[in-house]
Ligand binder design. Structure first.
Ligand code: NAD
Length: 820
């Protein structure tokens, strides 16, 4: 029988349940969110679920793509609404992590379930076979564990754990659904305590805190050592623990200790007294305001972060630890080079890095066959569940390629302690021969049966060491997924300069990829876009603008602007702005369709490119906006013009009076640009109209290019069938000086009230002039070029001002806007 999910129910409206319902709403799936009826409920029987929903609405970072979407969630309670819930396509159980509580709920749910209703538990560690013990065959066929990570919207990982009797068709349906619809990185895990990510991750945390306590490392030292320099996120170890909640951590550790009696490393899961004491005191981390760190407000109002002294359990000012090895690694781009630099160091930082890496890699290698089907699953779980740059076996590979470093790392592990430095073997095979018994079996096998590394083969044809067969198998790819690095490795680059490449995606689609720092836009990028439209139309059917990076573009290259402005190179600047405007117009009126695929930060000029395309295929996590005022500027590439058109300034909209009068669009656009509004998701971007309602959204970053290419092909086919053509040139109707005076009065008021600075007001007046159309009259339509001229004039005039140059410099130096 086929599965589908059109309507869901989530039972348990706590931290996870409410966030799962929110994410379902994000992708357009309505759900019923239920919780208990509290004893003192009175008439307000849905109070607990409603409180959960309200918490999700206030969550930071936001749980919803847009608050609007909360309307898809209906709150209820398990006394009155369980029957309705049981008839949904999917019931997600997210109640307390207690077997008896979950089982009692299933007792009540089971008789009410629809024939094909899927039931899943969000348990972080209770085994599937215990959750389903004693249930009917029907229940067990339709049951699995779907383990989301917190925060649900942002964490890529979803572990799926089938029960022995789960319908295999359900497992593959859920994998597809979670990948394609929810945008998750799905990892199948075996039914073992705490599955994959938490088993290895919590082991890593506990072994680290043990080392820190025994060897006297402080909280901030550990976080400085085991952060980005070792391929981990900035929150490193203790800050990550604070974010997850120390009670959760202890819960997971206790669960493994109790339920994995044969784990040879079981003693590591015995939680150190310090951590238990913190939990006893209610110092649970972020959610209770203090844990390993504590934020306090100074009398002056600014806040300071203190760190816990692990010996005295008192908070003390945070240190700024400095280590030679970390300093040497910090600025290297390649995570494996950073790790090697630290591991080969000779200071205390290097020592702790070697010890903790040895602990966690050896544990992962010993355990992998028991908890996962492949090493790929383990690596994905560690990268997606903890935001590590590299998974455990990718880490092993770096060491296996550098036997000397490998040996140094191994010697810091207890099982190699009695091996002297002189006994260091020169090669991997000598290592396996001499010390094979000390190595995890999997590592020994990869040296003796395999190629001495876990992954092999060029980009696009990567294979992994399969521990079942002892052979290398292709790394599974998502269906239809495309990657620019693979296309490049396959010699599909047609043209290239220092900042951009033109890559053949096949089927007549060509891709423009930017590859500058933060994908900042410069002349080479403009030149490549120009070439793509002018020449591309002769050879190709459609153009895609996309990249493999976390951010689409941080905007124009401010450094070049600042240097130009400081040197008075006005002609060069004018020419640069003009060429950007013209290339955007080329994109907009390109005779072949142009599809842009933004993701992450898509700011300033990046936003302008997006707004000038035929169609946008946006990643759901796209943060787009016109933020030029932060750099003392106004948008100069047609951003204001496009936003005006989308908010009703188009001549036809004004004539049909559907647009709320001539002043509505200028006022709204002024607001959005003057406040440097950035949408916090693609859905919100549609509300602000940086994206159109007709633009499409992909939740899974790894599928963005696949979907953008499919859109491009669809439009190309429509064009070839005569159903698509570029837009007609637009005209705008704007109010002119009358409207400008109104906005200027508002600016004056804000200035007098001390809400903005003098230079904010200067920028505001320039912006007011653009959005109201300069000296136009409310009856005279303007061409797009006339509005572009206004943008360009304002932009260049601001570039010449000292205060704007100070703002540009501040962004370049600190990454933060200066309010001068
Ligand atoms: P929570 O304590 O925040 O919320 C649990 C909710 O369940 C509460 O609102 C409670 O009133 C409700 N509840 C209890 N019994 C119920 C019943 N019989 N019927 C309906 N509602 C009931 O817990 P949480 O952190 O959201 O965890 C929920 C589940 O998700 C647990 O299994 C937990 O292990 C798992 N999980 C938690 C995290 C995390 O970081 N918090 C991460 C992954 C998985």
């Amino acid at each position: 029988m086929g599965y589908q999910i059109r309507k869901a129910a989530v039972i348990g409206a706590g931290v996870m349940g409410a966030a799962i319902a929110a994410h379902l709403a994000n992708v357009g799936i309505p759900s019923l969110l239920l919780d208990i009826v509290p004893p003192d409920a009175g008439a307000d029987r849905n109070r607990v679920a409603r409180a959960g929903l309200e918490r999700a609405l206030k969550a930071r970072p936001a749980a919803f793509y847009s608050k609007e979407q909360a309307r898809l969630i209906t709150v209820g309670n398990i006394e009155d609404n369980l029957q309705e819930a049981a008839l949904a396509d999917w019931v997600v159980e997210a109640v307390f992590e207690r077997l008896d509580v979950k089982q009692q709920l299933y007792d009540r749910l089971e008789p009410l379930l629809g024939d094909n209703t899927i039931v899943s538990s969000n348990t972080s560690g209770l085994p599937a076979h215990l959750l389903t013990a004693g249930r009917s065959e029907r229940f067990r066929r339709h049951f699995l564990i779907t383990h989301f990570f917190n925060p649900v919207r942002y964490m890529r990982l979803l572990e799926i754990v089938p029960d022995q009797q789960t319908d295999p068709a359900l497992v593959s349906f859920m994998q597809d659904f979670a990948t394609e619809v929810l945008g998750k990185g799905v990892v199948l895990a075996k039914d073992t305590p705490n599955f994959i990510a938490n088993r290895i991750g919590v082991y890593g945390f506990l072994s680290t805190i043990r080392r820190a306590l025994e060897e006297g490392y402080t909280v901030s030292e550990v976080d400085a050592i085991l952060g980005p320099s070792m391929g981990r996120p900035k929150s490193a170890v203790f800050r990550t623990a604070d974010l997850s909640g120390l009670d959760t951590l202890v819960h997971v550790a206790d669960n493994i200790y109790e339920n994995a009696p044969d784990d040879p490393e079981r003693e590591i899961f015995r939680v150190p007294e310090v951590v238990r004491e913190l939990v006893r005191r209610g110092w649970l981390g972020e959610k209770s305001g203090q844990g390993f760190y504590k934020r306090i407000k100074n009398p002056g109002g600014e806040s300071t972060i203190l760190e816990l002294n692990l010996q005295t359990l008192e908070y003390q000012p945070q240190q700024k630890p400095r280590f030679e090895s970390i300093g040497a690694a910090r600025n290297l781009d390649d995570p494996s080079q950073r790790m090697l630099t630290v591991l080969n160091g000779n200071d205390r930082a290097a020592q702790l890095a070697r010890e903790t890496l040895a602990d966690s890699l050896i544990y992962a290698a010993r355990l992998a066959p028991e908890i996962a089907d492949s090493i790929v699953a383990v690596d994905q779980a560690m990268r997606w569940g903890f935001n590590f740059d590299l998974g455990s076996f990718e880490g092993w590979d770096i060491l296996l390629e550098h036997p000397e470093t490998l040996y140094r790392v191994l010697r810091s592990h207890p099982s190699f302690k009695d091996v002297s430095e002189e006994q260091a073997p020169a090669t991997l095979s000598a290592l396996a021969e001499k010390h094979g018994a000390r190595l995890p079996e999997l590592v020994r096998r990869v040296i003796t049966q395999g190629e001495g590394r876990f992954y092999s083969g060029p980009i696009g044809q990567r294979r992994y060491f399969d521990f079942h067969s002892g052979s290398y198998q292709p790394v599974p790819q998502l269906r239809g997924s495309l990657s620019l690095s693979v296309a490049k490795a396959q010699n599909k680059v047609i043209r290239e300069n220092g900042s951009a490449s033109l890559i053949d995606l096949g089927d007549g689609v060509v891709c423009v990829e930017f590859h500058t720092k933060m994908n900042a836009i410069d002349q080479d990028i403009i030149e490549m876009l120009h070439y793509a439209v002018e020449e591309g139309q002769k050879q190709f059917r459609a153009i895609v603008i996309a990249n493999d990076a976390p951010d689409f573009s941080a905007g124009a290259n401010l450094f070049l602007m600042l240097v130009g402005a400081r040197n008075g190179q006005w002609e060069m600047l004018e020419q640069a702005v003009n060429s950007f405007q013209q290339v955007n117009m080329l994109l907009k009126y390109s005779p072949i369709p142009v599809v842009v695929a933004p993701t992450g930060r898509t700011l300033g000029g990046g936003c302008e490119i997006v707004m000038h395309s035929s169609h946008v295929r946006a990643h759901a996590e796209t943060y787009i906006g016109l933020v030029e005022v932060g750099a003392g500027l106004v948008p100069g590439g047609g951003g204001v013009k496009e936003l005006l058109l989308r908010h009703g300034a188009r001549l036809e909209d004004q004539q049909s009076r559907s647009a709320g009068g001539p002043f509505a669009a200028p006022r709204r656009v002024f607001e959005l640009v003057a406040m440097a509004t950035v949408a916090t998701s693609a859905v919100e971007a549609q509300e602000y109209r940086f994206l159109r309602k007709s633009d499409s959204i992909t939740t899974n970053r790894d599928l963005l290019l696949r979907d953008a290419k499919a859109d491009a092909l669809r439009l190309a086919e429509a064009r070839e069938a005569g159903r698509w053509q570029p837009p007609q040139p637009a005209m705008l109707l704007l109010p002119g000086p009358g409207g400008r005076l109104v906005l200027e009065q508002q600016i004056e008021n804000m200035l007098l009230a001390g809400k903005i600075t003098e230079h904010d007001a200067v920028i505001g007046r320039h912006l007011a002039r653009i959005v109201t159309g300069g000296n136009t009259s409310p009856l005279t339509p303007l061409t797009e070029q006339q509005v572009l001229d206004l943008e360009r004039e304002a932009f260049l005039s601001l570039c010449g001002m000292e205060k704007t140059q100070e703002r540009m410099q501040a962004i370049l130096m600190t990454g933060k806007p200066l309010r001068n």
